[in-house]
Design a protein around this ligand. Structure first.
Ligand code: UDX
Length: 469
């Protein structure tokens, strides 16, 4: 498969680690650098550190052979021609992305440059970051011709990151020199030429030899904006359907039918129209805020993004009101909570709306009995176990004697609960579903009061309709 290229990936978080093993999977030789010695030692020893499909297998296959882990960025820079920067860009107090890690990496790379290098931003960064990286490297005495800075944003989702990397909708390469774009085209050629998909052991996904992913070449600045604009647009789509779901609730309509109706328009498309308790995770909240801040700094009115954020945060408050409307008062109520991760298939709780909601419920004096298939360990650092915050190891244990059951994360197993058995163990058969995992009619048939998002409340006939509070 193509010509193997020596690649350094700086940062072993979700993006860096997945990129490192996937570059190895398509034939390259990779050094993954992290300044956290413990992380490096764990990765060398075979611990994947994050919950991600396919990652353990790929790591096992390439660990300490085609993917090496180290802390020495200087050595990695000297050995490799392409250096992908995938370090964190956390949100600062003003909403901007904090680029201090990116800057530190750029200066360190500059000190070790020993021939032509291409430095590639993979972290999500605001437009103009490539110019700053270039300036920092030049300030450290490196000649302009000795390097290029490229933007190659990553669109992977947690939970399906490996598949997203190997079967992308598109590969965006923002480069202002042919030399640099040629190197990136070579790195991705096993995917863009379809060779990877011919392999019998290739990880399956939507691309194939006949339908390989396109590589879009743009300017560096355009690529930087593509990443922010993509995430902001997806967040906007979610806030839009959440606002529509509120309207459906007021009008006694069904948002699932409305989402299907608008999603069938090929110009709109059906994806990212699932209403819920709002988006979370390490990307959308941070990237919407950073994009808004970039626009502001450049004198562009993008207040639309402020509305996207407002709808998102209101969605959690509306859910809390829904819980109240089902239970009347909250103090002293025992609530089963299913889901703490910001979405299903991940152990990530960063900006998780589920965690925010549990905090609100605890502040109201409820006892929360929580279960999540993967995120409980991480959740315990945010919400320490106590008499009021109880962690259990299964759905039934959570539901036992509960005054109501709340579904906050869309894990598949939460959509397959045995409703008869659940009914028998709960104190009151009330389910408040923040992810619309069930058909309301099924719930009524099983004698549950069921409140969901953007759909009429479903109550068994002997129960009075849900009251306003
Ligand atoms: C996102 C982008 O999808 C990805 O392209 C980018 O690289 C990183 O950010 P991720 O954060 O892993 O990926 O999660 P995603 O699956 O996009 O979901 C984000 C949030 O939106 C979750 O909280 C999810 O529950 C919520 N969501 C998603 C909805 O509420 N409704 C939807 O229809 C889709």
């Amino acid at each position: 498969m193509g010509e193997p290229i020596k690649i350094a990936v700086v940062g072993s978080g979700y993006v860096g680690l997945v990129a490192a093993v996937c570059f190895a999977e398509i034939g390259h030789s990779v050094i993954c650098v992290d300044n956290d010695e413990h992380k490096v030692a764990a990765l060398q020893g075979g611990d994947t550190l994050i919950h991600e499909n396919h990652l353990p297998d790929l790591l096992e296959r390439y660990r300490n052979t085609r993917v090496r882990f180290m802390t020495d960025l200087g050595e990695a820079t000297r050995e490799c021609q392409a250096i992908f920067v995938a370090v964190g860009t956390p949100q600062s107090e003003t909403g901007d992305a904090d680029l201090s890690y990116v800057e530190a990496v750029a200066s360190e790379i500059a000190r070790s440059i020993n021939g032509y290098k291409v430095i590639i931003e993979k972290s999500t960064v605001p437009v103009y970051t490539n110019e700053w990286i270039r300036r920092v490297i030049e300030r450290n005495g490196v000649h302009r011709d000795a390097f290029d800075v490229v933007s190659n944003p990553e669109f992977l989702r947690e939970g399906t990151a490996v598949e997203d990397f190997l079967h992308p909708d598109r590969i965006v390469v923002g480069a202002d020199s042919e030399r640099a774009s040629d190197l990136l085209s070579m790195i991705y050629s096993p995917l863009t030429k379809g060779e990877y998909y011919r392999r019998p052991d290739a990880i399956e996904g939507c691309c194939s030899e006949l339908k390989p992913p396109p590589l879009l070449l743009t300017s560096t600045k355009s690529a930087e904006i593509i990443k922010h604009a993509s995430n902001a647009f997806l967040a906007l789509k979610i806030s839009f359907i959440n606002a529509v779901s509120n309207l459906c609730e007021a009008a006694d309509a069904n948002v699932e039918q409305v989402a299907q109706g608008i999603g069938l328009d090929s110009r709109i498309g059906p994806k990212f129209l699932r209403p819920g308790i709002g988006y979370g995770g390490s990307c959308f909240p941070k990237d919407v805020a950073a994009f808004r801040s970039v626009a502001e700094q450049m004198g562009v009115d993008f207040s639309l993004l402020g509305e996207v954020e407002k709808i998102n945060s209101n969605q959690k408050k509306r859910f809390l009101s829904k819980v109240r409307s089902a239970l009347w008062t909250l103090r002293g109520k025992r609530l089963a909570v299913l889901g703490l991760a910001f979405k299903g298939d991940t152990d990530d709780i960063r900006e998780s709306p589920a965690i925010d909601l549990v905090e609100m419920l605890l502040a109201e004096g409820c006892t929360v009995v929580a279960y999540d298939p993967a995120a409980m360990k991480r959740a315990q650092s945010e919400l320490p176990p106590s008499g009021q915050m109880i962690y259990v190891t299964g759905i039934e244990e959570a539901a036992k004697d509960a005054d109501a059951l709340l579904i906050l994360t869309d894990w598949r197993e939460f959509a397959r609960i045995d409703l008869r058995q659940l009914h028998a163990i709960m104190r009151y058969p009330i389910i408040i579903d923040g992810r619309n995992l069930y058909d309301p009619q099924d719930m009524v048939n099983n004698d549950f009061t069921y409140l969901s998002i953007g759909r009429p409340a479903a109550t068994p006939s002997r129960e009075p309709a849900v009251l306003a509070v």
